[in-house]
Structure formats: C-alpha cells, structure tokens
Design a protein around this ligand. Structure first.
Ligand code: FAD
Length: 457
C-alpha cells in the first residue's frame, strides 16, 4: 500500500531541506523526504579524524563581506558556527620545488601574473569568437585544459592548477564574490558545517535532542524509479517501497543524474538529458593526514602551500590546520578530477606513501610518518558521483535553464540548477527556495484550473 502526499522531495542535502522548509512554512505540510544515505546533509559532511571533526565535503563559507548578505553566512552567525578566515592568495608565495626550495617570491609573483594574463587572453578569445553562436558544445576546452601542459615547467603547472582549480576569480568575475563579497571562512566547528542543517531542520521538522524524529523524513531510501504522468508521480525505492505524490522535487547531484541510478518512465525528454550530459562533473578530494608533530612552517601567510611537480595536480595544493585547530598536526592536500579518481581507486596505504614522498621532497627525509589518513571518495559514492557541477567558462544560459526546468510534475533542484552560484552551499540553499517557489506557483495554477473546471461543469 502507498500513501499519497502532495510533494516527495528526493535528497536531504541543503537544497532538499531548504525546499522542504519553505513548502512546509507555506502550508504544504504533507511532504515526504526520501534520502538514500543514513544521514541528512549530502555533500555537507563531517567526520571524526585525528581527534577532530573534519569536513569531507564543503569546508568554506564562500562569499562574505560584500554588499549582500550570504544566506549561509547568516545561518552560521545565527548558530554561532565557529569559523576561521582563510586567505588562499598567500599560497602562491609558498611554492616548493621537488628539492624543497621555496621559489623566490618575485619569480612566483611573475609566473602567477603571466598565468592570469594568459588565462584572461584565452577567455577574451573565446568570447570574441562569435561563430560559436552560444553553442557550448562547440566551445573548445576551457583554458585549464587548453594549455599544452607538455611545455610547462613544474612551477607553471602548479600555478596553472592553483589558478584554475582554486582561484578562477582572478581570471573572470564570479557572481558569488561580486554579490556576497570576496572573503572565505573555513568552518572549524566540532559540530560540523552540517550543524547549520540540523538547526534549519529544527525549524520545521520534529526533533528531539539533536535527532530528527519526524516521520516525513525517511533515511536509507534509495529512489530507483520514477513513474510520472499528468496525474502525479509514483516513486519506487530499492527496498521495494512505493510512494505517490502530486509532485516530486529531485535534488540528486548532476553526477547521479548522469548515472543510471534513477530510471524515469516515460524517459526524460531529449532537451533535458542533453543538458544533463553537457555539464562537467568536478571531483574535488581533500585528503587528511595526521602527524605526531608538525614540521611545516606555521606563521602568518603560511596556511597554504604548493608543491611543484612535473605532473599537473600531483599533490599540488596543501593546507595546514593549525590556524583552525592549533596543535592538531593535520595537513590537508587537495586533489581534483583525474588525480582524485586515481587515488580513489588505490588503497589508502598507497596514497600515504605517495603523499609522504611529496612531503619528504618539500621538507626533507627526517619528517615523521603520517599516523593516519582519510581519503573521501566522492566519485565512487553512487549517491554523489562527483563533487560539484562545473559549467563551461563561457556558459550558455540555456543549459542551466534546461537543467532546472521541470518535466511535468518533476521539479529539479540542487547546486547544479543555480544560474549564479552553482557549486556552492549557498547556491544549493537558494535553489531549494527557488524550486519550492516555482512549485508553489504551479500548485496555485493547478488549483485555479480545477476550480474553473468545477464552475464550468
Ligand atoms: P547534495 O548535498 O548532494 O544533496 C543531495 C542528496 O540526495 C544527497 O544527500 C544524496 O544522498 C541524495 N540522493 C542522491 N540520489 C538519491 C536517490 N536516488 N534517492 C534518494 N536520495 C538520493 N561549497 C561551498 O560553498 N564551499 C566549499 O568549500 C565547498 N567545498 C566542497 C568540497 C567538496 C569535496 C564537495 C563534494 C563539495 C563542496 N562544495 C562546497 C559544494 C557543496 O557541498 C554543494 O554545492 C552542496 O552541498 C550541494 O547540495 P545539494 O543539496 O545540491 O546536493
């Protein structure tokens, strides 16, 4: 037997929860939230490591200090989330070569300037090239991949990686920084970034002692099939449960949409599947390493450092956690895309070995062995299949509009449906609100139509 509700929300990440909150506040109380994993939060996720709670997914509140108030910053302030100001821009002055020499800051600054100029030049060329006619499929690879990496020195490669995988704001205007400000704050709170979500859930779901006990939220419910028609949707989960509703809000990531986890019948229309296929999925992996004591410099401007290797992205970008948690003796190295997938596929022992090799290059042979490692696997997580969406630099607005456009009674939400802030927590949060509003409007229109039908009878 199955119960029919007004709305089924698939996914209890930040976007699914912000959509649920708005719907319930607007009086649509019979919502059902189906979450595949055993927890809420999705890509906001803490884990105990080395005596601390570290963030496997989102770590920063990005876009603070500007004209508009970032809604996620607002939530953080309300809940007294502990945060730490981060300044990525120092990283470029802490570049080590394979012999452990720090690149002189003048040389580093010069290489950096050149890299920014060349990326901007590439971008202008793309923009000027009118023959693309806005069709992103014809736009060549973005500059990050367009460079011929063979001719680059390890320093240039390291800078290229840092610039394109971390600091695109130097090359092109980014709406997040323009609207909300250029500051970034690292969440360093034992309760985790996800504390914001529990606080949010507290406002509209029944909770007790920090646990959500509301029967409208069901965990471990993996949605596998979505039957939809004019009359509504039927949702089937892996454990054989059936749910019916008038509408569904689907917040699964772009990676999940590209996979075959959820089948649709009838299938999604071509314009939708094509738009979904066009989006790149970025894999971003923060590897945590614990040491018996610290052996890296810790003064001002030293939080981030870079390793220059002949392979682009090979354990390039490092951060120490001493600013956030003094005495924690934890280092974080960030890998992306191909390197992320490679490391996900190997054992953690192999990864420690590689990382230790890199650290010995930088800091000498006498540093202590890591005592623990944590390697998140976002790519191999079938409820994620990647870290976040990556729109082409010269983005065609039609792609994002198609990705977020509803198909009948299926509404789409999530980070990847954000026109301005895709890839961020605040982007996901705001799309939840947008999608819920669009659905409320549709429900209003539906009500009008049915009352017109009644009067004409
Ligand atoms: P999700 O959080 O993915 O929520 C979707 C939910 O749907 C998940 O809980 C999933 O389990 C569930 N689901 C999937 N398939 C099914 C199914 N078939 N049935 C039922 N449920 C399903 N953003 C920042 O602002 N700052 C950062 O510093 C930052 N760093 C990041 C670092 C990493 C490593 C990652 C992975 C992301 C980072 N982000 C960052 C991005 C940010 O985390 C995301 O944009 C945001 O959390 C996405 O929220 P969402 O609701 O769109 O998706």
């Amino acid at each position: 037997s199955s119960r029919r509700s007004s709305v089924i929300i698939i996914g209890a990440g930040v976007s699914g929860l912000s959509a649920a909150k708005l719907l319930i506040e607007k009086g649509v109380e019979d919502v059902v939230i189906l979450e595949a994993s055993d927890r809420i939060g999705g890509r906001i996720r803490k884990q105990e490591f080395g005596g601390l709670s570290v963030e496997l997914g989102a770590g920063w509140i990005v876009g603070v200090g500007g004209e508009q108030l970032n809604p996620v910053w607002e939530l953080a302030e309300k809940t007294n989330l502990r945060t730490c100001f981060s300044d990525y821009s120092n990283a470029r002055f802490n570049i080590y070569d394979r012999s452990g020499n720090l690149i002189p800051s003048g040389l580093a600054a010069d290489s950096y300037k050149k890299a920014v100029e060349s990326a901007m030049e590439k971008l202008r060329e793309l923009e000027a090239d009118a023959c693309y006619g806005g069709d992103v499929s014809k736009v060549p690879e973005p500059p990050s991949c367009g460079f011929s990496s063979t001719q680059k020195t390890p320093i240039e490669l390291a800078i290229d990686f840092t610039l394109h995988d971390f600091e695109m704001a130097e090359v092109e205007p980014i709406a997040t920084y323009n609207d909300f400000g250029e500051q970034e704050f690292l969440v360093a709170d034992e309760r985790g970034y996800e504390h914001l979500l529990y606080k949010m859930a507290d406002d509209f779901l029944f909770t007790s002692e920090g646990k959500i006990l509301d029967s409208r939220l069901s965990l471990n419910k993996v949605v596998r099939e979505l039957k939809h028609s004019r009359d509504g949707v039927t949702v089937m989960t892996e454990d054989g449960c059936v749910y019916q509703a008038n509408y569904v809000i689907l917040s699964a990531s772009i990676g999940v949409l590209q996979s075959n986890l959820i089948s649709f019948s009838p299938p999604l229309p071509r314009w939708k599947t094509e738009a979904i296929e066009k989006l790149d999925v970025m894999v971003y992996t923060k590897i945590f390493l614990k040491f018996p004591h610290k052996f890296w410099p810790c003064g001002p401007g030293k939080e981030f450092f870079i390793y220059a290797h002949e392979r682009r992205g090979y354990y390039t970008f490092w951060q120490h956690m001493e600013n956030a948690y003094p005495g924690s003796n934890i280092l974080v190295v960030t890998l992306t895309n191909g390197e992320s997938k490679r490391v996900e596929a190997q054992t953690d022992e192999e990864t420690v070995k590689e990382a230790m090799g890199v650290l010995r290059d930088m800091f000498g042979p006498n540093i202590p062995e890591a005592t623990d490692i944590l390697v998140p696997r976002w790519w191999n997580n079938r409820f994620q299949r990647g870290s976040y969406s990556n729109y082409p630099i010269i983005s065609n607005h039609q792609v994002v509009r198609d990705i977020k456009a509803p198909v009948g009674c299926i509404f789409f939400t999530g980070e990847h449906t954000s026109e301005k802030y895709s890839g961020y927590v605040h982007g996901a949060y705001l799309t939840g609100i947008d999608t819920a509003n669009a659905l409320l409007e549709e429900m209003g229109r539906q009500e009008e139509r049915s009352s017109e039908n009644k009067t004409s009878l």
